[in-house]
Ligand binder design. Sequence first.
Ligand code: UDP
Length: 371
Amino acid sequence: KKVLIVFGTRPEAIKMAPVVREFNKNSSHFNTRVCVTAQHREMLDQVLDFFKIKPDYDLDLMKPNQNLHSLTGDIINGLKPVLEDFKPDYVLVHGDTTTSTAAALAAFYSGAKVGHVEAGLRTYNKLAPFPEELNRQITGKIADYHFSPTTMSKSNLLSEKTPEDAIVVTGNTVIDALLESVDIVNRIQDNEDINKLKEIIDADKKLVVVTGHRRENHGQGFLDICDALNRIAQRDDVQVIYPVHLNPNVQKPVYSILGDNTNIHLIAPLPYEAFIWLMDKAYLIITDSGGVQEEAPSLGKPVLVMRDTTERPEAVEAGTVILVGTDKDKILHEATDLLDNQNRYNKMTMLHNPYGDGKASERIVDYLVKQ
Ligand code: UDP
């Protein structure tokens, strides 16, 4: 059978890299090709380099001031010749991006079966014009096979009348990527990005690592987040390191508000391996990222999530993350408590990660072998 794996952003690449590897290991069953839309360019390429993935097709679609309308059209048009050339039986897409939905639709138009990795996450809150929830739902409607990270995401799909035999609970592939990479990262002797981080890190301080990118936080959200970070960084026992996402709606407020704070180190987005290394050194992580909140508990790191709603309630239930929204007082209050209340902090570091055991990609391939 022929399998086309399509992705375009940094987090998709990280989460699809172990899937690509697993399909390639099973070359007696599958002829596998990779197509990147390059919805992100630089941050995507960092991941492709680390996982040594050479895309068979690169649509190279990132443009300055990209909008979702033209991007969606470009992905569908760009994939048409790829689908005509390779004629895949299966097209695998991931998650909730414009790439996922447009690629699923293009695959459907070409008669390929669609597999959705990280299927069934829901907020049931459309939050227009923020695309993720609608992207998830549309991709789920198009998909023939649903690879759900947890039983909770499977339940969401069942409640939408998705046939049960088309859903497999696999765990999240982000854990496959993390467990494989942590090993490699620990053996890395001389890495430029890690060396630079070592120069910045003050071992006498508690390290707070921050990331953020979500559209729903653009505007007032990021202004409030920055305000809260300035207040957290007033503590002498704390140091903040923040790799800033390349989206101009993030770069602008962050650099203008936090740029002068000498206790907050604003740096470029890190290659995946250096970011994992940094997370591992953190005391606390503050983020609005989906992937980071899934990874952090495997490294024993508590996370404050700067979202009001979440499609990842498992983490909240397990207690590995605390939802703080972009309310500055709440961010400051929860961060202060975790910095001061060692008992509560220690308990959070010991919790079980609800997102998987590192074998998600194997389960995806096993399922498709049997189709
Ligand atoms: N990440 C990275 N470099 C960074 C920040 C994050 O490689 O400087 C990784 C992180 O380990 C996680 C992924 O990027 O796997 C998360 O991506 P992002 O927050 O952009 O998207 P989301 O997870 O919210 O979809």
